[in-house]
Design a protein around this ligand. Structure first.
Ligand code: ZN
Length: 165
C-alpha cells in the first residue's frame, strides 16, 4: 500500500508541519477538523494564520508494511527539517492514547472494514456468547453466579444479607 509523507506550509511563516499517512486525502481531514474546531495537532498553528494561506504537498510516496515503518520514515523527515518543523512530538514515543488516535486516524478505512467483516462479527458474537456462559462460585451465597453479573450480584440484598450471617 502506498504511504505518504506530507508537508503543510503557510505563506505566512517558514514553519512547516510534517505528517505521514496512507490516505491521499489526509489534508481535507486536517482542514475539515480544523473548521469544526476539532484539530489539536500542531498543524492547527499553521491554520490559525489563515487556512487559505496553507498548502499541502506530498514530499515522498513510499511502500511500507507496518505502522512502525511509517513512523520511522516520518521521523526521518522530522529530523531532516528539525529547524523548521512546527511538530512538537517525535513520530514515535507519543503517549499511548495519542498513538492510538493517530493509528485510528491513519487507518480508519482499514479498521472499519475489519470491524464490519462478517467473519469478525461472527467471531465477536461467539466470544460474547461464551462470556455469557462463564459462572463463578460465590462462596458467600454458596451459589453459582454469572461472572459478568458479579458486580451486580454483590450489590444484591441476598448477597449482602448473606455477608452478615
Ligand atoms: Zn453472593
Amino acid at each position: 500500500m502506498d504511504h505518504y509523507i506530507y508537508k503543510i506550509s503557510s505563506s505566512k511563516t517558514d514553519k512547516i508541519y510534517i505528517g505521514s499517512t496512507n490516505n491521499k486525502y489526509r489534508y481535507s481531514e486536517h482542514t475539515s477538523r480544523y473548521t469544526k474546531g476539532l484539530l489539536c495537532e500542531n498543524s492547527k498553528k499553521l491554520f490559525d494564520l489563515g487556512i487559505d494561506e496553507c498548502s499541502f504537498e506530498i514530499i515522498e510516496t513510499f511502500k511500507c508494511n507496518s505502522y512502525e515503518e511509517q513512523l520511522d520514515k516520518e521521523q526521518y523527515y522530522l529530523d531532516k527539517f528539525k529547524d523548521t518543523v512546527i511538530n512538537q512530538n517525535r513520530a514515535k514515543g507519543l503517549p499511548k492514547k495519542e498513538q492510538n488516535k493517530r493509528y485510528y486516524d491513519n487507518n480508519r478505512e482499514k479498521i472499519i472494514k475489519y470491524q464490519n467483516d462478517p467473519k469478525q462479527v461472527e467471531q465477536r458474537n461467539k466470544l460474547e456468547k461464551e462470556r455469557q456462559k462463564v459462572y463463578y462460585h460465590c462462596s458467600t451465597c454458596n451459589k453459582e453466579v454469572k461472572k459478568r453479573n458479579k458486580a451486580r450480584h454483590e450489590k444484591q440484598k441476598t448477597h449482602i444479607n448473606a455477608l452478615h450471617i
